[in-house]
Design a protein around this ligand. Structure first.
Ligand code: FAD
Length: 318
């Protein structure tokens, strides 16, 4: 069976969920070979094996943390040269997309970014994408070189599929460009204790209807009762009520959770672009004609200042 390279996103050996989702998709098109880099790379092996990795290629070097993405591209290319895979899958994070794009240029292959599904095809893997502000779903495959595909978080289930997970050290020789851009400082973002927006199973978002930064406390309370991430429309972000890092939409983040709750958000096309692929959509809006109601599974016509706290109390009481 053909091998499929899976780039591992991990924090000190703790594998992040989007990588486990990639393993589910990789198993549909071949045998997953994982590539884990940096501090804690070897510690990822057990989790990766539990989810179907037949082999885990690891490398650690100061270059992976001291410089921007090029050393990681060098390592992924070394894995590509060693394995000659049928496809390369990378999580669709900002860094993942840069790594994938750079690799695709180097190996002269086509690339598909932000896939939301992947299946085997007669002429190579077929990727599904949601395009033009989620107005269309396309299926495409790469016709040149080895497919390089980035996949959005929450696009596939995490499945247990025990495999060998044999650990092998990867030999990497860094290119001249690897040390071109040095990291001079890292500033950890203040932790809210909530899940990362793009990876969260539930997202509760607030828009202009929230009517002030201080009122986002009721959105946060509902989010916390559900273990959810908090999102915001651009109107709320532009008003300075919530950080841009939480903006959902065309010029913000793209989310695809199991449940998306939009409060005081009208449903402009640019907002839809970032949340339309959510599995279940709930909207709370006092205007029964708001366009958001065209795409919801459940809609509540009402004042969010009454509905959201009631919902929070109800969730907490269960
Ligand atoms: P509004 O459209 O003003 O809607 C507010 C809603 O709240 C209304 O439907 C109202 O009925 C309801 N409401 C008010 N009070 C209450 C209450 N008490 N209880 C219940 N409901 C209430 N937008 C994004 O969100 N993300 C993007 O990434 C983004 N990118 C953009 C890129 C470009 C190039 C452009 C041109 C626009 C972009 N926008 C984006 C902006 C987008 O067009 C809309 O302006 C924005 O999404 C509107 O935000 P909103 O729904 O919060 O506000």
């Amino acid at each position: 069976m053909a091998e499929v390279l899976v780039y591992v996103d991990h924090v000190d050996g703790a594998v992040r969920k989007p990588t486990l989702e990639l393993l589910t998709l990789a198993r549909r098109i071949g045998e997953p070979v994982a590539v884990a880099l940096g501090s804690g790379a070897e510690a990822t092996a057990a989790t990766l094996a539990e989810h179907g990795a037949v082999k885990v290629l690891t490398a650690d070097a100061p270059e992976f943390t001291d410089y921007l993405v090029v050393p990681k591209v060098d390592a992924l290319q070394a894995a590509y040269d060693a394995v000659s895979p049928a496809a390369v899958l990378v999580p669709s994070s900002a860094e993942g997309k840069e790594i994938a794009a750079r690799l695709a240029v180097r190996i002269e292959s086509g690339i598909i970014t932000d896939a939301i599904d992947l299946e085997a095809g007669d002429e190579g893997p077929v990727a599904t994408q949601s395009v033009f502000a989620a107005a269309f779903t396309t299926k495409s495959r790469i016709s040149k070189g080895t497919p390089v595909i980035t996949v959005k978080p929450n696009s596939a289930p995490v499945e247990a599929a025990p495999a060998a997970g044999a650990v092998e050290a990867l030999t990497v020789s860094f290119s001249a460009q690897a040390t071109g851009t040095k990291v001079t400082a890292r500033t950890p973002r203040e932790s809210t204790g909530r899940p990362e927006l793009t990876e969260a199973a539930i997202v509760v978002s607030g828009g202009r209807g929230v009517n002030g930064a201080e009122n986002f406390a009721i959105i946060e309370a509902l989010a916390d009762s559900l273990g959810a991430a908090v999102g915001a429309s651009r109107a709320a972000v532009d008003a300075g009520w919530y950080p841009h890092s939480n903006q959902v939409g065309q010029t913000g983040k793209s989310v695809s959770p199991q449940l998306y709750i939009a409060s005081g958000i009208s449903g402009a096309i640019q907002h839809r672009a970032g949340m339309q692929t959510s599995k279940t959509i709930v909207a709370i809006n006092k205007d029964a004609e708001a366009p958001i109601f065209d795409l919801v599974d459940y809609g509540v016509v009402g004042d969010l200042f009454e509905v959201v706290p009631q919902l929070t109390d109800e969730v907490k009481s269960r």
